[in-house]
Design a protein around this ligand. Structure first.
Ligand SMILES: Cc1cc2nc3c(=O)[nH]c(=O)nc-3n(C[C@H](O)[C@H](O)[C@H](O)COP(=O)(O)OP(=O)(O)OC[C@H]3O[C@@H](n4cnc5c(N)ncnc54)[C@H](O)[C@@H]3O)c2cc1C
Length: 271
C-alpha cells in the first residue's frame, strides 16, 4: 500500500530524512527548520508527525494523557525451537492466539515476518502514573515481571517470556479531540493522523482514521467549494472531530472491557 501511494505522487513530493526541529510563523510564512538541513518556507503546514507531534501548540491546547493501560510487546526468534509449546498452540504459524485472564490479555502472532510477536495488555499499577515501573533496558527484569504476572497461567506462557529476546513497553495514550482546537492561528495549519487524534490501539482504528483525514482534507482543499485555505481546513476539522471522536470512544469502551477481570476474547467476539 505504501508503494501504491508513493508511486501515485509526482517525483520530489516526498522528501525523506528530514527531522523537523522547529516551526515558526515569520512575515506571513511558515518557516520549518530541520536538523542538519536547510530551512524551508511554506504557506500551509499539515502536521502528520505522529503521536508526539511538535506541531500541536499552534493548533490545540489539549495534552496527551496516559489512559492507564500498559502494553508490553515481545519478539521471539526461532519460536519452533525456543518455545515449542506455544508454537504448537498456534498451530505452527497458522493461528493468532488470543487469551485473557483477570484483566491481563495476550495476543500472539506466530509469524510476524519470521518472528513470533506478541502483546501483553494490563491495567498499570497506580504508582506507574509518573513513569513506568519497569526498565526496558533490562530484559531479564521484564521477563521476571511477566513470569510473575502470568503466575496463574499454564507453564507454556512462561516459556514464551523466557524465550523472548526483545521487549518494548508502550503506555496507552490519548490526545482527545473533545476539546475544541484553536479557532485562530497565525497562518494556515492543521493536523492529520495520530498528530491529530492519538488513541490507544484497542479498536484498531488509528490507521484508517488517519487515512480518512488525508482524504477528507484533500477533498476540502481541492474541491473548489471554499474561498480560502482556512475555510477548507475548518471544514476538514469539523468532519474529523466527528469520526475521530467516535473512534476514540470505541477505543475507550474496548479498553475498559479489556481491563475488566471477567474479560474474555471468546465472549466478546463470538455470539
Ligand atoms: C501497539 C500498537 C498497535 C496498533 N495497532 C493498530 C491496528 O491494529 N490498527 C490500526 O488502525 N492502528 C493501530 N495502531 C495505531 C497506528 O499505528 C497509528 O494510528 C498510525 O501509525 C498513525 O500513523 P501516523 O502516520 O499518523 O503516525 P506515525 O505512524 O507515528 O508516523 C509519524 C511519522 O512522523 C515522523 N516524525 C515524528 N517526528 C518527526 C519530526 N520532528 N520530523 C520529521 N518526522 C517526524 C515519525 O518518524 C513517523 O515516521 C497501533 C498502534 C500501536 C502502538
Amino acid at each position: 500500500m505504501r508503494q501504491l501511494l508513493l508511486a501515485s505522487l509526482l517525483p520530489g513530493t516526498v522528501v525523506w530524512n528530514r527531522q523537523l526541529t522547529s516551526l515558526t510563523a515569520q512575515q506571513g510564512h511558515w518557516v520549518l527548520r530541520f536538523a542538519r538541513q536547510a530551512a524551508v518556507v511554506a504557506d500551509v503546514v499539515i502536521g502528520a508527525n505522529g503521536g508526539l507531534s511538535s506541531v500541536w501548540p499552534y493548533v490545540t491546547d489539549a495534552e496527551v494523557l496516559a489512559t492507564g493501560t500498559f502494553i508490553i510487546q515481545g519478539e521471539v526468534r526461532e519460536p519452533a525451537r525456543t518455545c515449542p509449546d506455544i508454537y504448537r498452540l498456534c498451530g505452527g504459524t497458522t493461528h493468532i492466539l488470543m487469551s485473557a485472564h483477570q484483566g491481563v490479555s495476550l495476543v500472539i502472532n506466530p509469524d510476524n515476518n519470521g518472528t513470533m510477536a506478541y502483546g501483553v495488555t494490563f491495567k498499570q499499577p497506580a504508582d506507574w502514573q509518573q513513569e513506568p515501573g519497569l526498565d526496558f533496558r533490562d530484559p531479564a527484569g521484564i521477563r521476571d515481571f511477566l513470569v510473575g504476572l502470568f503466575a496463574q497461567w499454564s507453564e507454556e506462557y512462561r516459556q514464551l517470556f523466557r524465550a523472548t529476546s526483545v521487549f518494548v513497553g508502550l503506555p496507552a495514550r490519548l490526545l482527545s479531540v473533545a476539546a475544541p482546537w484553536q479557532p485562530t492561528r497565525p497562518l494556515p495549519i492543521t493536523l492529520v493522523g495520530d498528530a491529530a487524534h492519538l488513541m490507544p490501539p484497542f479498536a484498531g482504528k488509528g490507521v484508517n482514521t488517519g487515512l480518512r483525514d488525508a482524504l477528507v482534507l484533500a477533498n476540502s482543499l481541492t474541491s473548489g467549494t471554499f474561498a480560502t485555505v482556512e475555510e477548507a481546513i475548518r471544514d476538514y476539522e469539523q468532519q474529523m472531530v466527528g469520526y475521530a471522536q467516535a473512534a476514540q470512544q470505541e477505543t475507550s469502551v474496548n479498553e475498559a472491557a479489556l481491563n475488566h477481570p471477567s474479560f474474555s476474547f471468546k465472549n466478546r467476539f463470538t455470539r
